[in-house]
Ligand binder design. Structure first.
Ligand code: PMP
Length: 289
C-alpha cells in the first residue's frame, strides 16, 4: 500500500508530496499544526484539536484554509486512504507562499498539509518510562502550537542520548513547564494530582483537558499549579500526557527513581479512563450513532 498525503486540495502519493521553497512555514516556521490519535479508525478528541488549531491560527492572524467541516472530512478521508486503524493524523497550516520578507504578505493563501500513518499504541498495561530535565529554551507563547519545534527537537535528542523517553523542560525559576511533546503531571504524597496551569507558558494539551475531566469524575483531588523538579522527584507518582501517549507513567526523573518501576494507581485509573472513552467512541461508530 502506498501512502497518500494531502496538500492544498490534492491527494497525492506521499513520496511526491511537496510545498514551495518560499513557503513561510519552511522559511519562518510561520505555521501551526495538530496531531490527532486514531484508535480503531476513530479520530480521538477531534473537536478539541480543531478548536486548538483555530485558536493557534487566530493568534497568528492566519486564516483557516478551509471550513472546519471540510477539514474534518479530509482528516477522515486520509485515515481511510492510508488504511489507518490505529495511528496518527498530522495536519499543518502555514501562512502560505510569498517572496521572503519578514512582515506578513498582503496576499497569500494558507498552505495545508495532512499526513496519516499507522502506529501500534501500547495497550492499557504499559511500562513506566524515564524522563530527564532540561532548560526550557522556547519563546513566550508556548500556548500556540507552532511548527517552530527546534527547542523540542533538541530536548528530545538529549532525552534519546540519555536513553530517556521524554525531556521535561524547566523554567528559569526551577519549575517544570511541560515535556518536549507532552504535558507533565505528578501525584503528591497526599494524593493530589498536580499539573501546571494552562497559561502562555505551556501548550493547553487536549489530552490534559480530558484527564482533568476524568480526574473530576473519579473524585480525585487536583491542582493546576507549577511544581519543581525536586517536588516531582519526591512525588508518589508522575506521568505525562499527549495525543500519542495518552497517559504514560514515569518512574525515574533525572536518575531519581520515584517508584519501583510499576505504574501507579492514579496513572492506571486515568489511562484506563482514556481507553474506556476511546472504546466507547469506537463502539458508537460501529453502531452508526
Ligand atoms: N505540550 C507540548 C509541547 C506538546 O507538543 C504536546 C503534544 N502536542 C503536548 C503538550 C500534549 O498535547 P496534546 O495532549 O494535545 O497532544
Amino acid at each position: 500500500m502506498s501512502r497518500i498525503a494531502y496538500v492544498n486540495g490534492r491527494y497525492v502519493p506521499h513520496s511526491e508530496a511537496s510545498v514551495h521553497v518560499e513557503d513561510r512555514g519552511f522559511q519562518f516556521a510561520d505555521g501551526v499544526y495538530e496531531v490527532v490519535a486514531v484508535y480503531k479508525g476513530q479520530l480521538i478528541d477531534e473537536a478539541g484539536h480543531l478548536d486548538r488549531l483555530e485558536r493557534s491560527l487566530s493568534e497568528l492572524q492566519i486564516a483557516m484554509p478551509m471550513a472546519r467541516a471540510a477539514l474534518s472530512q479530509v482528516l477522515r478521508r486520509m485515515v481511510r486512504l492510508n488504511l489507518v486503524r490505529d495511528g496518527l493524523v498530522y495536519f499543518q497550516v502555514t501562512r502560505g507562499v510569498a517572496p521572503r520578507d519578514f512582515p506578513f504578505p498582503y496576499a497569500a493563501m494558507p498552505t495545508i498539509v495532512v499526513t496519516a500513518r499507522s502506529k501500534t499504541f501500547p495497550g492499557r498495561d504499559v511500562k513506566p518510562v524515564m524522563v530527564i530535565t532540561t532548560r526550557d529554551q522556547r519563546w513566550a507563547r508556548r500556548d500556540i502550537k507552532t511548527v517552530g519545534l527546534l527547542p523540542a527537537a533538541l530536548a528530545k535528542q538529549k532525552a534519546r542520548e540519555a536513553k530517556a523517553f521524554e525531556a521535561w523542560q524547566v523554567d528559569d525559576d526551577g519549575y517544570v513547564t511541560e515535556g518536549a511533546s507532552s504535558n507533565a503531571w505528578i501525584v503528591t504524597k497526599d494524593n493530589v494530582i498536580v499539573t501546571r496551569q494552562a497559561d502562555h507558558n505551556i501548550l493547553r494539551g487536549i489530552t490534559r483537558m480530558a484527564l482533568l475531566e476524568f480526574a473530576r469524575e473519579n473524585g480525585f483531588r487536583f491542582e493546576e499549579r507549577a511544581f519543581t523538579v525536586e517536588e516531582a522527584q519526591n512525588a508518589r507518582e508522575a506521568f505525562i500526557s499527549s495525543a500519542s501517549t495518552f497517559v504514560m507513567p514515569v518512574w525515574k526523573i533525572d536518575e531519581v527513581a520515584i517508584s519501583n518501576g510499576e505504574m501507579g494507581p492514579v496513572a492506571r485509573t486515568l489511562r484506563d479512563a482514556y481507553f474506556d472513552a476511546m472504546e466507547k467512541l469506537a463502539d458508537q461508530a460501529k453502531q452508526g450513532c
